[in-house]
Each structure stands twice: as C-alpha cells, then as structure tokens.
Design a protein around this ligand. Structure first.
Ligand code: ADP
Length: 752
C-alpha cells in the first residue's frame, strides 16, 4: 500500500512541479505550508466553482488529493475530492485538463479504494490507470500503476499474476535500459517477497533497489524496507537501527509525514527491544503524534481503539524507561559508593603507608645515629685501648732497648731479640687496628710534604733484609736511575705500604727471591713487588683487599697476620689518588703493582735518612749538654726516657716533674733547652701547662721560646692537633723509635 502511495506521490509531484528541480528541498513544503496551501486551494476551488472554471477545478482538486494523501495522510477527505474529480472528468471528458489527470486520478482512486479493502474493485482503477498512462505517454504513471497492480494481485493471492507483472516490468526496464524503472521493479519484487514472508529474498531485492538518484520518498521507503527486513530476521538489531535512522533522516529531510511515521514506528520497536528506552520513548512520541494526525482524518471509533493500544504501549515504555532510569541511578549510586570505598581504602592504605614510611624513616634515622654513635664509640674505644696498651708497650720496648744496650750474657741475646721483634709486631698490629678505625670513620689524613721515595724504599728494604736472609730468600731492589729525588707525598704512609707489601712477599715465599722495583710510569710512580711464593688463586685476588680477608685458609695458621694490611694499604693508596692491583698464579708467585700520582717536589735537606746506632750516637753528640725538663707521671716512662737520653746524649741534664703545674713552675725558675711533655698528667695536663708557658713567654717578652715536644701514646688526629694548638712544636708517639726520638730532638732544638 505504502509503495503505491509513494509512486503516485512521485508521479504527481513530477507532473505538478515539472518546472522545479527534482531533488531540490525548496519544493518540499513544511506541514504548516501544506495546510495553508490546502486552504488557499479550497478558496481557489470555491472561486473556480462559482465562475464555472472546470480546468482550474480539476487541477486544484488533483493538487489537493496529492497533498492530502501523501503529506497529510488524509485518506478520507482526499477520497471525497477524488470522487468529485472523477465526476468532473466524466461530465467534461474533453476538458484539456483531463488528459493530464485521468491516469493519476484512476491510480489515486485505485489506491484509496484499495485502502478501504475493496481490492477487486481497485484492480479496474489501476488497470485503467495503466492503459491511460500508456495512452498519454506518461511513462512514470505506467510504471507505478503496474507496480500497484502487482501488489493488489499479490494480496488477492494471485501470486503468479503479480510476479509475472513485476518480471515483465524488469524485462522492459532491462530492454529499455531504464534504470529508474528497474529499481522500481526491484522495489516491487522486494515488496512481493516481503508480503509473502520470504524475507531474505525481500532483503536481497530491497538492497538492489537502492538508487541514489531516486527521489527522496523512494529512497526513504527502500531504506525503510531494508530495516524492516532486518527487523523480521530478528538478529540484526544494529542493521535495523542503521537503516531505520537513515530512512528517517531522508523522510525528515523531505518532510514526508508518512515515511517519518513508518521510520519512527520501526525505531521505537527496535530501541525498545535493545533496551534503549530513552530512544524508544522518543520515537514512540514522534510516532504517536504522526499517528494522531493521520487518524484525525478518520473516524472517532478508530481513534479510540488505536489510542487504547498506543496508550498501553506508552505505559509499557514509560515503565521500562522508569525502571531503566532507576537501575541507571542504582548503577551510578553503586559506582559512586564503589569509588568512594576505593578512595577510602586508598586513603587508609596511603596513610598507613605514610605512617609506616615515617616509622621506617625514624628507625633508619635512629639506626644511623646509633651506627654513627657506635662508630664513634668504636673509634674512641680503640683510641683508648691503643693508648692503654701503648703505655705499657712503651715501657716494655723502651726497657728492652735498655737491656740490649746494657752488658748481658750472650745467651740472652736471642731472647732479647725475640722480645724486641714481638714488641714491634705488636705495635704494627696496634697501629693497623687504629688505622682501620680511622679509615672507616673518615678521619685518616694524608700528608703532602717533600720526600724521597728512593730513601723510603731503601729503608724498608734495609729493615726487611734480615727477615729475607733468615728465610734464605734473595731480596732484590731496582730503582730506575732517572727517578726524581724529591717528590710530594706522605713518607710515613708510603713506608707503611711498602713495609706491608714487602713483608707479605717475604712471608708468603718459601724459596726463590723477592724483588722490589721503583720506576716512573707516565705521570705515576710505580712500585712492583714481585715474589716467587705461594701465589694467590684468581677468586682470592678479589678478596684479599677486603678487611680481615686472608688468602688460602691454610696460609693463615702458617703465616699469621690479621688480614688488615692489604686493606689499609689499598685505602691509603686510594686516598692519595693511586691504585693497587695484583697479578698472580698459584704456586708460581705474585706481582703487586702500586701506582701513585707523581708530583716532583723541591730539593731539600732530606732528614729522611736511615740511621743506625752509630749515627744516633753522633746525633746525640750534637746535643751534648742538653738541658731537658721532662714532665711525666709514669715511672716506667721516666725510666725509659732517662735511659735513652743518657745513652745517646753526653752530659745531658734531666729534670723530672710529675705534672703540668710543676713543669710550669720549674720552667719559670730554671733554664732549659727543651721540655718533653706528657699529655695526660694529674693536677695539670700537658696542654694546659704548655699554654701557660707560652703565655708566660709572651707576657715577659721572651724572644726565644722554649722547644716543647709532646710525648703521647695517643695517635688520634684531634689529640695531636690539640698539642699543636696548645703551642707545642712537635710530638713523639709512645712507644717511639730511637731514631724518631733523636731526629725530633735535633729538629726542634736546632730549628728554633
Ligand atoms: P695478612 O698478611 O695479615 O693476612 P694482608 O691484608 O696483608 O693480611 O693480606 C691478605 C691475604 O692476601 C694474606 O692472608 C695472603 O693470603 C694474601 N697475600 C698477600 N700478599 C701475598 C703474597 N705476596 N703472596 C701470596 N699471598 C699473599
């Protein structure tokens, strides 16, 4: 039925507005305009009737029928108009309007009668329309009348006749290469299959009927048909929506109420089906208003019945929509609640984490403090311990020296020597432990003074020579001839490093030789200490420079040692910007390499001389008659100092006092060349006494201040600094080596 109306619409449209471009929107009047136009036509009709103008009456009536049927879907008054026009045509068959309108009039009548379900009757109108269109050469009417006829045959179950008619149209279209007719025929065929519930075939021909050049109303209907087919096939909801929306778009664009209503009808159902009730309700409302308008042309009873159904549908949709909104609200509510709970959990978690982190940070800070404290305690403890051990050690080694100097039976020589070596070893050990704690606490300072590396090396070799000889090892030394005499460095530390490495080489070598070389390598000085000893395995090579790590476990018992020597050496070398490494093969020997930045120094009178007993004696001669004030409270230390001074310095005059206060008093009363000042003493310590002496000298304008040398068992830097701060000129660590002792005495008494 729809396609017939559309067909007629198209024909009449072309006929009436043949001057206007087909697809121009301007010709498609909005509904209000159409109503206005109808009332204008009615007036025009009245006037034409009054003056007996048949031509105008016929034309105006035809216009009205077309507009009422197609755009306003008014099948009631348009039927009355059609009957009036039929009467006019019958009465005035020769009017010049008749040839134009008789074909479309018969088709409209056919359609309107068919709409009243008078199918058989409608056939004669359509057939008349076909023959009249043929007669007047109105090709479009001919096509549409045929299509309409096929539809009626189909509905009357005259299927073969309907199909034959459509196929005839297709053949005709193909023969005449008439694409418009062909797509119209396909559309008719699609309708035929649709009416016969062959949806797949209907869909097939509906798609074939799509023609972008077709007028809007046809395009819209064909798209609608595709959507309708998909809707029947049930599983293609997306396609239904897609084609339905497209059909609606074109129908809205062309202001075609009928097509809009169809599209809204389809869309309300499909959106309802997929649960999009908001959209469904929108299309329902649109559909409802079109339906109401269309029904308003029909009788009240029909309106009532239809309204009941539509109201029912509206109520159902409304319910579904409310339910959906409610459930949407619920979803939102739950989502919000969910997000809130996640937020709460997150906040709790984060605050707990923060608390934990804060707690951990506090613990870390406490631990750090504790570690620093314990580091300080350790250093303090070691310093105290070393001080406490050094003091008796000083007595032991000092008195050992005295014993060795004094006449004794030869049989005691060995005992005395062993005691001396043991005491020295014990001192090295003490120094190592103290150095380690200084390194760990970052308190170890490196001196940068002019020194002779060659002399340092010679001294170490001289000391170690005896040990090597004892083991039957050859000890070789090579110094490259062009090596500078003076360099900048720390002689004591270099001595310590070389001593350690050379002792190790001798210690870990049973036969063969030990060779130590000094040369210049690029901008560095390089020592190589080579031995033919037990060697070091490759995995041990990495470890031997770590604290307390020793090589082969078997070597431990056999060779002794603490495992600190290499660690300290490495640290001392690195503190000076140098490097130490080893090349070694097990049982074949090792080569230790030391490289230190080489800075050439100024040539000075080197005091760094290796001195033997006889040299010490001659140094002592230079100090003949020295007047020494010794402030010392420890009687063993007094014995040692007294013995050393009298041994080396002829006619030495020694005055002993037991505390700082007495030292100050005695200094004021008598003349002295030097004061040897213990630091820790009862009543007044060495620092304070020194300060007082220096103040006294200043207050009394004494030009030549007295030499004050600290004698301390403490090797801590801050303690030594304190000595200098108080005004002392030098310090001698207890226990001291005789040469250090003598050298210092010479330096301070002559230098002043
Ligand atoms: P210590 O000699 O007191 O054990 P060191 O730190 O001086 O400590 O040396 C660590 C370890 O390195 C030694 O125990 C030894 O196993 C290995 N080592 C050092 N020098 C040599 C060497 N010249 N030949 C073989 N092994 C060596």
């Amino acid at each position: 039925m729809k396609k017939l109306i559309l067909g007629i619409f198209f024909v009449w449209f072309s006929f009436v507005f043949s001057q206007t471009p087909k697809d121009s929107i301007s010709v498609l009047a909005p509904k209000e305009d159409n109503l206005l136009r109808i009332s204008a036509w009615e007036k025009q009709l009245e006037q034409a009737r009054a003056r007996g103008d048949i031509y105008t009456q016929m034309k105006v009536l035809m216009d009205m029928i077309y507009l009422k049927v197609n755009n306003l879907a008014d099948t009631t008054t348009s039927y009355e108009d059609a009957l009036e026009l039929e009467k006019l045509v019958n009465e005035h068959p020769s009017n010049r309007a008749v040839s134009l309108i008789e074909a479309p009039l018969n088709m409209f009548l056919g359609f309107l009668i068919r709409d009243q379900n008078r199918l058989e009757e409608s056939i004669s109108y359509f057939e008349k329309g076909v023959s009249l269109a043929k007669k007047h050469g109105q090709k479009e009417f001919f096509k549409d009348a045929n299509v309409a006829l096929s539809n009626v045959f189909n509905r009357l179950q005259k299927k073969e006749k309907a199909l034959a008619l459509i196929n005839d149209l297709i053949t005709k279209a193909l023969n005449e290469k008439d694409s418009t007719l062909l797509t119209r025929a396909y559309e008719a065929k699609s309708g035929y299959f649709f009416d016969n519930k062959l949806i797949d075939s209907s869909l097939y021909y509906a798609k074939k009927s799509i023609d972008n050049n077709a007028p809007y109303n046809q395009q819209s209907f064909r798209l609608y048909r595709i959507a309708e087919c998909y809707s029947m096939l049930e599983t293609y909801n997306d396609s239904v929506i897609y084609y339905g929306e497209k059909a609606l778009e074109i129908a809205e664009y062309s202001q075609n109420d009928r097509e809009q209503k169809y599209a809204h009808g389809l869309l309300k159902d499909i959106y309802g089906k997929v649960g999009k009730y908001e959209e469904a309700f929108h299309h329902f409302s649109k559909f409802y208003s079109f339906e109401q308008e269309q029904l308003s042309f029909n009788n009240a009873l029909k309106i009532g019945q239809s309204n009941i159904e539509l109201e029912k549908e509206r109520a159902q949709l409304q319910q579904a929509l409310t339910y959906q909104k409610l459930s949407n609200q619920k979803i939102i509510l739950w989502s919000v609640l969910g997000i809130l709970s996640i937020l709460v959990i997150a906040i709790i978690y984060i605050s707990n984490r923060l608390k934990l982190i804060k707690k951990q940070n506090k613990i870390i800070a406490q631990e750090k403090l504790r570690a620093e404290q314990s580091e300080r305690y350790k250093e303090q403890f070691l310093a105290n311990m070393s001080h406490e051990i050094r003091t008796p050690m000083h007595a032991i080694s000092g008195m050992l020296n005295s014993l060795r100097r004094q006449p004794h039976p030869e049989s005691q020589n060995d005992f005395l020597n062993v005691m001396k070596i043991s005491a020295d070893n014990l001192l090295v050990l003490l120094n190592d432990v103290l150095d380690m704690s200084k390194i760990e606490s970052g308190n170890l300072d490196i001196e940068q003074v002019n020194m002779n590396a060659k002399v340092s090396l010679e001294q170490v070799v001289a000391v170690c020579k005896y040990k090597a000889e004892e083991k039957g090892l050859e000890l070789k030394m090579n110094i490259s001839p062009d090596f500078p005499d003076t360099i900048i460095g720390d002689p004591d530390r270099l001595h310590q490093i070389l001593m350690n490495l050379l002792s190790n080489a001798i210690k870990f070598t049973e036969k063969g030789y030990v060779e130590i070389n000094l040369s210049q390598k690029d901008d560095n000085l390089r020592f190589t200490i080579k031995d033919t000893g037990i060697g070091i395995s490759s995995n041990q090579k990495e470890l031997i420079f770590d604290s307390f790590k020793q090589g082969k476990s078997k070597s431990k018992g056999k060779f002794g040692g603490t495992g600190l020597g290499l660690t300290i050496s490495k640290q001392l070398i690195e503190l000076q910007g140098g490097e130490i490494w080893v090349e070694s093969e097990e049982d074949k020997g090792s080569i230790f390499y030391i490289e230190l930045p080489l800075i050439v120094g100024e040539k000075t009178e080197a005091t760094q001389k290796l001195v033997g007993e006889s040299e010490l004696k001659s140094l002592g001669n230079a100090l003949k008659g020295l007047r020494v004030l010794v402030a010392e409270d420890n009687e063993f230390n007094i014995m040692v100092i007294k013995d050393d001074l009298t041994w080396y310095i002829p006619e030495v005059k020694i005055t002993f006092v037991e505390n700082g206060k007495l030292a100050f008093e005695t200094f004021k009363k008598f003349d002295f060349d030097i004061i040897l000042m213990d630091v820790q003493m009862p009543e007044m310590n060495g620092y304070k006494a020194t300060r007082k002496i220096r103040k006294f000298e200043k207050d009394n304008n004494i030009i030549k201040p007295i030499a004050i040398v600290a004698m301390t068992a403490s090797l801590l830097k801050n303690q030594i600094d304190k000595c200098y701060d108080a005004g002392m000129d030098a310090y001698i660590p207890k226990p001291y080596k005789a040469e250090d002792f003598m050298n210092t005495l010479i330096k301070v008494t002559q230098g002043l």
